[in-house]
Design a binder for this molecule. Structure first.
Ligand code: AMP
Ligand code: MG
Length: 347
């Protein structure tokens, strides 16, 4: 049931979480599907509702640093790790940064995909923080969408895709940042970005110095990790049902009336005015605006009107890294390869 986010409904949602229910709620990144992090039955329901494989761990949301000792084995971090945790939590929490840290045995394996680490985030969204504080203080919440599909940036996206399988959906309007949090592994040696997101590599490096990560434009030394260490790295996440093609040189492509063309900026489109099948993520080419609109625009374009969505990359810096990561995965996960570009079609 979709209800507005207000004080009364926050209390109702908190009671629902505390009694093992599932609540979808807005954060500053995307909408989350929350359950009490220590209630295994509720956690199992998250996986069932999302049709998410059990190996894909959840992010545990907190609303106070005092919750960390219930989740994290700080002694296993070592001195340098503790210093990084301290500095990052002071500088970038609350905010769109998830830290992967050694877990305490009490944290259910379901929340962590059976890993020895737990992912923790302190969201800045006031409604989300209030909900977490009013409930159990530790709310496991992946994005509130079916596994592998477009992330939800509005309550209506959640209602449309998960509907009655969720006990309550708190409607707090569109989310501010629009892409998921950055996942940073602090559990061993040099910090590594496992998934680019709302906190830029630049912002993280300003606090703890060099970080590794294949998507970090500042890390020229980075060899990609030997195996997938974070399921957010899987190709084919965040995909629309419509074929999506990530095309370099989008401007020069012959246009087809059946297809939608999503440009990054007015400048990259290179023309005044528009056409009914041309869309622009951010007129002024601002990364913040482009990220905030990304999933919303993709949800709209995925409505069945277009046979294919052609799009292009954002500049690979700051939030652009998260945008490009989501677009590459959307292209890999969609039926993009089945689309035959007009110039190759038999006349
Ligand atoms: P979601 O909440 O749907 O945005 O997905 C959470 C993502 O966080 C997962 O898909 C993983 O990529 C990442 N993650 C969560 N916990 C861990 C962990 N313990 N180790 C590595 N990555 C994690
Ligand atoms: Mg997700």
């Amino acid at each position: 049931m979709l209800i507005p986010l207000n004080e009364e409904n926050l209390r109702r949602a908190a009671r629902c979480l505390a009694s093992g229910g599932l609540v979808a709620f807005p954060t500053e990144t995307v909408y989350g599907l929350g359950a009490d992090a220590f209630n295994e039955r509720a956690l199992a329901r998250i996986f069932a509702v999302k049709r998410r494989p059990f190996f894909d761990p959840l992010i545990v949301h907190i609303a106070s640093l005092a919750a960390l000792p219930r989740l994290v084995d700080v002694s296993a971090l070592g001195g340098a790790g503790r210093e990084r945790l301290d500095a990052l939590s002071r500088a970038l929490w609350p905010g769109p940064l998830t830290l992967v840290l050694p877990k305490l045995p009490e944290v259910p394996g379901l929340a962590t995909g059976g890993l020895a680490t737990v992912a923790v985030r302190f969201p800045s969204h006031e409604g989300a923080a209030a909900l977490i504080r009013l409930s159990t203080g530790a709310v496991a919440a992946p994005s509130a969408n079916p596994f592998g599909s477009l992330s939800p940036t509005r309550a209506q996206h959640v209602e449309r895709t998960l509907g009655d399988a969720v006990d309550l959906i708190l409607d707090g309007g569109p989310t501010e940042i629009g892409v998921e949090s950055t996942v940073l592994d602090l559990s061993e040696g040099c910090p590594r970005i496992l998934r680019p997101g709302g906190a830029s590599a630049e912002a993280i490096e300003a606090v703890v110095g060099p970080v590794r990560g294949a998507d970090n434009p500042l890390d020229s030394s980075a060899a990609p990790p030997a195996s997938v260490r974070s399921p957010g790295q899987l190709k084919g996440h965040y995909a629309p049902a419509t074929a999506l093609v990530l095309a370099d040189g989008l401007r020069g492509l012959a246009r087809d009336d059946e297809c939608a063309y999503l440009f990054f900026s007015r400048e990259s489109y290179g023309e005044e005015g528009g056409a009914k099948n041309v869309f622009i993520l951010s007129e002024a080419g601002e990364l913040i605006e482009a990220a905030a609109r990304l999933f919303d625009v993709l949800h709209d374009l995925d409505g069945g009107l277009w046979s294919c969505i052609y799009t292009e990359r954002a500049p690979q810096e700051g939030l652009g890294c998260a945008i490009n990561d989501r677009l590459a995965k959307a292209a890999a996960g969609s039926a993009g390869f089945t689309h035959i570009p007009p110039e190759l079609r038999r006349k």
